[in-house]
Design a protein around this ligand. Structure first.
Ligand code: NFS
Length: 644
């Protein structure tokens, strides 16, 4: 039991039920595939198998082993490990940034009137962005300003020299650090290409230089591609405000046509949500015997439409196959990223149609209905009509929807937190900074990233967050980690009384917020950067991110994108604790660099800790160190006992 007598949830009961069903019916899921492949390749895990060129693959041994410790070309383990890591960073940056590019492209089309169904929903944010980009906003129509803003953002991708414009948002001290290190991104694509070039065989062989180039591409994501994605999505779809909704597989409706949207770009999901309320399609659904059309989300697309529309979330990454195994899904729509190819095999056991919609992602075994911004309402209606037509093929005898769903409050953005903390007339971060300075809040931790089949589902996220809350750490979340905590009831204001220390409880009660703030999808980690900017700007808790009592954690990460996010956080001065190491341990030099030496350069560093409670303790100790350096008051209240 927790301090307030409430039981702590430590895994997801809905998933446990569906996994039992899958086992009983012999339907293979990600856990079966993982088990079949275990033990996984040790050389790969250490990062000492080089596949970059076709002189290899070079399976190396550690010094002292019986195999050589250099590749056919002579590359050392340090080079091989650093090249792989840099490429991971570039790949993650490319994925997030391409997402940003497609939003900028949509804004351009919408501004020109070539994207029916889309409009500018947050003109205030548009005009603020225009001012920041040096575009004269006054006296011009929103569409004209939007066209210029879209163009200016698109130019950030192809820019060849200079500095990315949104880097100017960072504290001056941090910008200086980046300049000194030579890691200021010139253009987004430029830095991704730079990494792909220098990691070719026979180009950059210096681990230090390779990792710094990788970091430059990561910064191009965090302060470039992802920031553009977040800001322009807010302009187009509205800047989120706190909203109530529900999470977990129990949001599927037994008597309705269920459509799941999965992937990353809200461009598609927004159009589907509109089409699902089309009276003609609703009438068709009724004709087929369905009570309505229910749209729910999976993964980061879910976070996007959750925070803007209150659309329920069916689950996070590990639940995508499980959602199909409810037997209640008529159409499962996917666009890009984090979509398991294994979905197709699972869907074939049921009536579900998996519909791939992106021109960038062809998936054998799916129906391909290509989405196009120019025809969005039409394509969305076509897809919803397919789902409705599929309803009669459902076998009601095979529908088993777990009776688990949780109320959540989501949609906290830098803007909405400013408003909540300060009110309409005097928005500001003073109450938060005051809470930190007075010792009510120890610090702020961003707990983000994927969920992982190598761990007990959701448990690492939950145990880490419980421990932080108990120590008066305010938690901000994105991605699948936010969904893990949402399913466990932590995204509710009442959770403060169940799980938070007394100081954090007081702040949450005064502001009416949960102790765990859902701030969106993975590209919205840029919101965590802008939140840190506001803390620095408000004053009293540090002049740059490395001085703030803040930290980040990704207990279940596995994606290249998570590597990129981690590196832009570390490069921005933030301690980042990962639940498992990168595949780099074969090089003690690279490992030492990213976990120790880098702190002397950027102010941030990585720590690898698989025990979530120990990971939380690392974060707490780090915050205490920062508080001491800032000479902040001791924490106001004793830490309450851990409970069971
Ligand atoms: Ni981000 Fe991981 Fe994927 Fe989102 Fe979920 S798995 S790095 S959290 S959906 S991108």
């Amino acid at each position: 039991m927790s301090q307030a007598g409430q039981p702590k949830v430590r895994t997801d009961p809905a998933s446990v039920e569906v996994r039992q069903r899958a086992k009983g019916e012999g339907i293979a899921t990600i856990w079966d595939r993982y088990a079949a492949l275990s033990p996984q390749c040790k050389l790969g895990e250490l990062g000492i198998c080089c596949t970059i060129c076709h002189l290899g693959p070079c399976n190396l041994a550690l010094p002292g082993g019986r195999r050589p410790s250099v590749g056919v070309c002579g590359a050392t383990i340090d080079t091989i490990v650093a090249r792989r890591l840099a490429r991971d960073m570039a790949a993650g940056s490319a994925a997030h940034s391409d997402h940003g590019r497609s939003v900028a492209h949509l804004l351009l089309l919408a501004a020109r009137g070539q994207a029916p169904g889309y409009a500018i929903k947050d003109e205030r944010k548009l005009r603020a962005l225009a001012a920041e980009l040096g575009i004269a906003p006054d006296g011009r129509k929103a569409a004209q300003v939007a066209e210029d803003v879209a163009r200016a953002c698109l130019e950030q991708f192809g820019q060849q020299e200079g500095e990315l414009v949104f880097l100017r948002r960072a504290p001056a001290k941090q910008q200086e650090t980046w300049r000194k290190l030579g890691i200021v991104p010139r253009g987004i694509d430029r830095e991704v290409v730079d990494v792909m070039h220098r990691t070719n065989m026979g180009t950059d062989n210096d681990y230090h230089s390779l990792i710094l180039a990788g970091i430059r591409s990561s910064l191009a994501d965090g302060w470039g591609g992802s920031m553009i994605a977040t800001d322009l999505q807010d302009v187009l779809f509205g800047t989120p405000k706190p909203i109530r909704a529900q999470m977990n597989l129990g949001v599927l409706q037994a008597d309705q046509v269920n459509i799941l949207v999965h992937g990353h770009e809200p461009v598609l999901a927004e159009a589907i949500a509109d089409a699902a309320s089309d009276p003609a399609l609703l009438a068709q659904a009724k004709e087929h015997g369905a009570a309505g059309i229910n749209v729910a989300g999976i993964c980061c697309t879910a976070n996007e439409v959750l925070m803007r529309r209150g659309i329920p979330v069916a689950g996070n990454f590990l639940q995508q196959e499980l959602a199909l195994i409810t037997g209640a899904v008529e159409a499962f729509l996917v666009d890009v990223q984090c979509v398991m190819p294994g979905l197709v095999g699972v869907a074939s056991c049921f009536h579900t149609e998996v519909i791939a919609t992106s021109r960038q992602a062809r998936i054998p075994g799916t129906v391909h209905v290509e989405f196009s911004e120019e025809r969005a309402p039409e394509v969305a209606r076509e897809i919803v009509a397919r789902a409705v037509a599929n309803f009669p093929r459902r076998d009601p005898g095979r529908v088993v929807i777990p009776d688990h769903k949780m109320d959540v409050v989501a949609g906290f953005t830098t803007e909405s937190i400013t408003h909540i903390l300060g009110g309409t007339f005097r928005g500001g971060w003073r109450p938060l900074n005051d809470g930190i300075m007075a010792g009510r809040i120890r610090g702020v931790a961003g707990v983000v990233g994927c969920d992982n089949p190598k761990q007990v589902q959701d448990q690492a996220h939950l145990d880490l967050v419980y421990e932080l809350l108990r120590h008066d750490v305010l938690v901000v979340q994105t991605g699948c980690s936010a969904i893990a905590c949402g399913k466990a009831g932590l995204l509710q204001p009442e959770a403060a009384f169940r799980h938070a220390g007394r100081g954090l409880q007081e702040i949450c009660e005064a502001a009416g917020i949960p102790p765990v703030l859902h701030t969106g999808s993975c590209v919205d980690n840029s919101r965590i950067l802008t939140a840190c900017i506001e803390m620095v700007r408000e004053g009293g808790v540090g002049r740059d991110f490395s001085e703030l009592p803040v930290a980040a954690a990704a207990p279940g990460w596995w994606s290249e994108k998570a590597i990129t996010i981690g590196f832009y956080a570390v490069a921005s001065g933030i301690l980042t604790v990962l639940g498992s190491p990168f595949n780099i341990l074969g090089s003690p030099t690279v490992t030492r660099f990213v976990t120790e030496e880098i702190e002397g350069l950027t102010g941030g560093r990585f720590a690898f800790e698989s025990d979530p409670v120990k990971a939380a303790r690392l974060i707490i100790a780090h915050m205490d160190k920062k508080r001491e350096a800032l000479k902040l008051r001791p924490m106001m209240y004793e830490v309450v006992p851990a409970g069971v």
